[in-house]
Design a protein around this ligand. Structure first.
Ligand SMILES: Nc1ncnc2c1ncn2[C@@H]1O[C@H](COP(=O)(O)OP(=O)(O)OP(=O)(O)O)[C@@H](O)[C@H]1O
Length: 237
């Protein structure tokens, strides 16, 4: 990659919530144009790592630099540069998808976003419900809208936490497209998921977490297929 170095640079990251050590030593360097998967079972520390990278949760120890900004001292700068699909929440029940896009565009002072917004909603098959309030949306519909919102402003760093959870094949395909488009324009992408097969299809590199700690880094190819499944299982046992 460029001489600027990694876009996401995490060193010896620890996050503690009282007695719980949610993240216990994660190192991660990810570059522009790369997509990295955070894989691991429930409670492995994936979402907490993503929250740190989104500037939402501060590290307890260690460091995380995103797009050149330290999350600890420049959380607002980090938030401006990332597109973040959280694992849960983030949607306003009484607002429609279109109103979500309008709000996001206003907060980020985006101009001329409407065509891209419409296109993204269509790609995620949300065009027909663009003006329906999100109360009553299925889990998968909410996930798809969260990915659209993360991608709208073409962020330098795209953080997708469990984007495939409960999402049908068309939504999965659309998410792959969003990841590929982001990579093609030089964004750095991180995807947190417990779904190994989708992770290796969507990403180039994989980081496996267990109990908050990093147990492996591998190329996506090493974690693919039957052999990859065996390798992954052995890391979780
Ligand atoms: N705000 C919090 N307060 C207390 N404990 C927390 C908090 N957030 C996370 N944890 C704990 O930290 C650990 C890691 O949680 P995290 O959500 O990061 O895991 P995960 O890998 O994303 O899991 P999942 O796949 O279930 O979403 C868990 O034991 C969780 O209960």
């Amino acid at each position: 990659m460029s001489s600027r170095g990694p876009v996401v640079d995490v060193r010896s990251l620890h996050v503690r919530f009282g007695e719980v050590e949610a993240v216990a030593g994660v190192d991660l360097q990810a570059e522009a144009g790369q997509a990295t998967a955070l894989l691991g079972r429930n409670g492995a520390g994936k979402s907490t790592t993503m929250r740190v990278l989104a500037g939402v949760v501060p590290p307890t120890a260690g460091s995380a630099v995103v797009a050149g900004y330290d999350v600890r001292t420049h959380a607002l700068e980090v938030k401006r540069r990332v597109g973040y699909c959280p694992d849960v929440g983030g949607l306003v029940p009484r607002a429609t998808p279109w109103e979500h896009l309008q709000l996001s565009a206003r907060l980020r002072r985006l101009a001329g976003w409407e065509e891209r917004g419409r296109d993204l909603l269509e790609r995620f098959e949300l065009g027909d419900v663009a003006h329906r309030v999100t109360t009553g949306f299925s889990h998968g519909m909410g996930r798809r809208l969260s990915v659209v919102l993360a991608a709208l402003h073409e962020p330098e760093v795209l953080l997708l936490d469990e984007p495939f959870d409960g999402v049908d094949p068309i939504g999965v395909e659309a998410t792959f497209e969003v990841i590929n488009d982001a990579r093609a324009r030089g964004a750095c992408v991180l995807v947190s998921t417990h779904l190994r097969e989708l992770a290796v299809e969507a990403c180039t590199a994989v980081l496996v977490l267990r109990g908050g700690a990093q147990v492996a880094t591998a190329s996506a190819g090493d974690m693919a297929g039957e052999e990859g499944a065996r390798a992954y299982r052995s890391l979780l046992d």
